[in-house]
Design a protein around this ligand. Structure first.
Ligand code: APR
Ligand code: MG
Ligand code: MG
Length: 201
């Protein structure tokens, strides 16, 4: 097991059904040159979704290992939840950013979940295609109520990322988000610390 209690893809694959079931989700982001109010640099656009249960999470879902690879299952879920903009998306083992065993919910009594996260940087146009196609996704209005961009900035009044972090998240999605923001330096270290301390109040 690596740091932060995360399993590698290979380690996680040793957790076999029927005791273990696997879910794969994707954190998709792209550089963004926009400025909020013409002055606050946005730097990146990072996608999450509002789910049917009212919580925030990443697109993806349960993967049946008998259907092939984790990544094939993830791509099927992404097509269902993101729609036509996800058609050309390629997500491979190299994008695996760690798996959390036993995280949160038990799918069925006696079963345990291992939650994999994949992280993929897109071109700004690819991300926009996904956003534009999202309302045509088979799961739109059903499992997925909408895609959202995560506010990565903290404004003068403490709003932005600190407020966002106080929403309800599914499973370990909040930890997955914070991990990725830190590891990929999508939010500079001191800003992330500040956002976290404001979110704790
Ligand atoms: N970290 C950890 N667990 C997560 C995360 C995450 N980031 N996101 C979701 N989960 C959990 C969910 O709570 C769920 O138990 O992983 C499981 C599968 O994720 P979903 O995206 O909800 O699965 P999906 O296959 O898209 O949706 C099927 O319909 O069968 C019902 O309630 C069931 O949530 C399930 C949905
Ligand atoms: Mg799904
Ligand atoms: Mg899902």
């Amino acid at each position: 097991m690596g740091d932060r209690g995360l399993l590698s893809r290979a380690e996680a694959l040793r957790l076999e059904p029927p005791t273990w079931c696997h879910a794969c989700h994707a954190l998709l982001y792209a550089p963004c040159s926009g400025r909020l109010f013409g002055r606050v640099p946005l730097r990146f656009a990072l996608l999450m979704q509002l789910r049917f249960d009212g919580r925030l999470g990443f697109p993806g879902g349960f993967v049946d290992l008998r259907d092939g690879s984790l990544e094939a299952g993830l791509l099927r879920e992404l097509l269902e939840e993101l729609g036509p903009g996800a058609t050309g998306l390629e997500v491979g083992p190299e994008e695996h950013a760690g798996a959390r065993p036993g995280s949160s919910d038990e799918p069925r009594p006696g079963q345990r979940l291992v939650a994999h996260l994949y992280v993929k940087q897109l071109q700004p146009e690819q991300l926009r295609d996904i956003e534009e196609g999202a309302a045509r996704a088979p799961d739109h209005g059903l499992e997925v109520l909408g895609l959202v961009r995560v506010p990565l900035h903290t404004l003068w009044d403490g709003s932005g990322l600190p407020e966002f972090l106080q929403q309800r998240f599914v499973g370990s999605a909040r930890d997955q988000l914070l991990d990725a923001l830190h590891r990929l330096n999508l939010v500079p270290g001191h800003e992330l610390e500040r956002a976290l301390s404001l979110a704790r109040r």
